[in-house]
Design a protein around this ligand. Sequence first.
Ligand code: CP
Length: 336
Amino acid sequence: MKFTASHILSIAQFERADIEYIFQVADQMRPYAHRQKLTRVLDGAILGNLFFEPSTRTRISFGSAFNLLGGEVRETTGLSNSALAKGESLKDTARVLSGYSDVIAMRHPDNGSVSEFASASRVPVVNGGDGSNEHPTQALLDLYTIQSELTSQKRSIDRLRIAMIGDLRFGRTVHSLCHLLCLFDKVKVVLISPSELQMPESIVEMMKEAGHQVVVSDQLESNISDVDIVYSTRIQEERFATQQEADLYRGRFRLNQQIYTKYCQPNTVIMHPLPRDSRLSANELDVDLDANPNLAIFRQADNGVVVRMALFALILDVVDQVDAHARPVNWYTPGR
Ligand code: CP
């Protein structure tokens, strides 16, 4: 695809060569994300960061990525804090806010809302999650993490074996990740969920048409022994009609060190888009895994910055200028 001035709305817009190029640019961003050097290539540019649904990682990493490239960030958070609460349409909001920004990142609770917004925007729009539909930048950082974790084990994304666990019906990160895996060869995907929260049939069919092996199950332990990656997800309680309905599924699949040691291969990588639900009633990824070197969840979250820096550099067409604007950092940050 041509990245310059493009919206990033869905994984469906990418081809495999695009993904490989994004990851190459993300690698170029690592010294800047790790504060080994500075660049001000986006000096004067403004990111409109519009989050109409709760977020920690996506909102802050979009903002950090833009700041690390030298740009500034203007934010609005929560529907009730915007004029959408007064009846303004998404398209009017887009017409106005695109006059204030060079690029916009947006999250919204409704499926298709970010595309609707983008259709009226005068600047590129990046989807930070639209309802249960898609979360394309999360899928990109997930796959970047998978590639980086597998490379250290001399394995590749082709022939990947991955188990996706939890709320596969409403989990937009796994929807986008499945789309992305369709660009690769001979993947085995094990889909573990309560039967009521299974992966949408259209996505299962798409993966089969891509030639992938798909296993659907409601059993955790017997299905995690033969995979490279276990990708756990949270019950998306905000998508259920009532809290009581979400409570039916919370805590159904719990991964802890004892289960990992008994059922997983010793080098199985553990991923989760986060937030993990650490309440006792859920505890889908126990904190006793935190000392496990194969727990990649925080490396995964860190990768959100380099992947989003890469997307901004590509969309705003500054990839070739990033290093020309580089200079040393002035400060010392412990732990880097
Ligand atoms: N993974 C993710 O989307 O996290 P946030 O909801 O904190 O942005």
